[in-house]
Design a protein around this ligand. Structure first.
Ligand code: SF4
Ligand code: SF4
Length: 421
């Protein structure tokens, strides 16, 4: 297994990072015993990058990791010294320059460390960064770096493809965190954004390599038959992760870990699949799988982004992507709330600075002639709107942005207060 090097600082990372967003839970809280077993196993066996965020597990993820990383192994080496630690500034909760310092200092306390190795501005698009920039974001990041509180600076991206490169050029970023998997080749940053970051020596970390778990389980029959025709023993997870690990532009892939078996399987794949090691036959099969998925799309959008920017701010490819996902994976509802519906709320405004939902379209028609797929974009957006933007949609978005997400902050502070008192 070859570790991957972060070009700007020489850090050597195991290609699989541990994501602490979806740790095992019990009674609505992290199952500390089980999660600790998983995390220590991963670190003891080579994982050396661990990723969390202020908001994960209602604020509990950072405190929990702080406790674990303060432990020592049997050779009396502190776990904190065995990993690179990443966390994120909750962009949607920041209202002032002072907030930025307050969040970072709070995070350092929770994580029981003097410095964050990789510090991201969490869940941004271009307008979010511009809002924070006006509040002094870049000065805050540079000062925190010069003081040694953070060592590398990046952002996690949830914007549209046409804005990514502009964001890359706006600051001296060390790394980015992007959603990427064999279905989301062009979504958000997309392959063109990833290549641009790589060309600029910016380390690329990948989230959602399994598309929130959708590529990990039961796939459409045509796709699973295709995979089985090559190797019936190879899992859907193996195909999906191999596709990402194979690419030279990728530094490290984050994967949530629901069980010890999952951790072992993912680590074994990371060790086996080196850069550009997939055979032509394997790549051909993955191309065909993409083709099958694309043929099943309700709206034949490739995510190329040529229709952007929309003057009303509609994130056209993401609206179509979420709509297609609803039909491709409609067996996978999370209890009564469809995964696609929740995803839609988040993607089009729940955690971004500006709303970008289908309902903003005023049928100006500017985008129609730009689409190489000749999609009737305004009418397709109407379909999306009619299924996702139910009664009170704009109030729901405002509630998520202004009440639900800030509440996580307050809950975390209360939790911390009782814990430390
Ligand atoms: S038709 Fe709608 S989506 Fe297309 S550019 Fe105009 S407002 Fe934007
Ligand atoms: S131009 Fe067409 S295919 Fe490309 S992202 Fe826009 S709607 Fe999709």
């Amino acid at each position: 297994m070859v570790k991957r090097v972060v070009k700007k600082n020489g850090d050597e990372l195991f290609p699989l990072g541990l994501g602490a967003m979806r740790l095992p839970t019990k009674n609505n809280s992290i199952d500390r015993e089980v999660a600790m077993e998983y995390i220590l196993y991963a670190i003891d066996n080579g994982v050396n990058y661990i990723d969390t965020a202020y908001a994960y597990h209602g604020g509990e993820s950072e405190s929990f990791l702080g406790e674990i990383l303060s432990l020592t192994d049997e050779d009396r080496v502190k776990y904190r010294d065995k990993v690179k630690l990443s966390t994120k500034l909750p962009s949607w909760m920041v209202r002032s320059r002072e907030d930025m310092d307050a969040f970072l200092n709070h995070q350092l306390r929770k994580l029981q460390t003097d410095a964050i190795d990789y510090y991201y501005v969490h869940s941004v698009d271009l307008s979010t960064i511009l809002r924070l920039k006006n509040l002094g974001l870049y000065e805050f990041l540079e000062k925190a770096k010069s003081e040694g509180k953070i060592r590398n600076i990046g952002f996690s991206y949830h914007g549209s493809p046409n804005e990514f490169n502009e964001l890359i050029d706006d600051f001296n970023w060390d790394m980015v965190l992007v959603q990427y998997n064999y279905l989301d080749v062009n979504a958000q940053a997309g392959i063109r954004g990833i290549e641009y970051a790589y060309e600029n020596d910016i380390a690329v970390f990948v989230m959602e390599p399994l598309k929130g778990g959708l590529l990990a389980g039961e796939l459409p029959k045509e796709v699973s038959d295709l995979f089985d025709s090559v190797d019936s023993e190879k899992s859907s997870v193996d195909w999906a992760l191999s596709w990402v690990f194979n690419q030279k532009e990728i530094t490290c892939v984050l994967s949530g870990m629901g069980s010890l078996e999952e951790i072992k399987e993912n680590m074994a794949i990371a060790e086996r699949v080196e850069v550009e090691s997939l055979s032509d036959e394997e790549l051909d099969i993955l191309d065909k799988a993409q083709g099958i998925f694309n043929s099943m799309m309700k709206i034949n959008c490739t995510g190329c982004g040529y229709c952007l920017p929309c003057p009303k701010g509609v994130n056209i490819p993401d609206c179509f992507n979420v709509y297609n996902e609803k039909y491709l994976f409609n067996k996978k509802m999370f209890n009564l709330i469809p995964h696609a519906m929740m995803n839609y709320y988040m993607v089009v405004g729940g955690i971004t600075n500006k709303q970008s939902n289908a309902g903003l379209c005023n049928h100006c028609g500017r985008c129609k002639s730009l689409c190489p797929q000749s999609l009737d974009i305004p009418n397709e957006l109407d379909r999306v709107k009619s299924e996702f933007e139910l009664f009170g949609f704009n109030y729901h978005i405002k509630f998520i942005k202004n009440v639900a997400m800030p509440s996580i902050n307050k809950i975390a502070k209360v939790f911390d207060f009782f814990k430390n008192s």
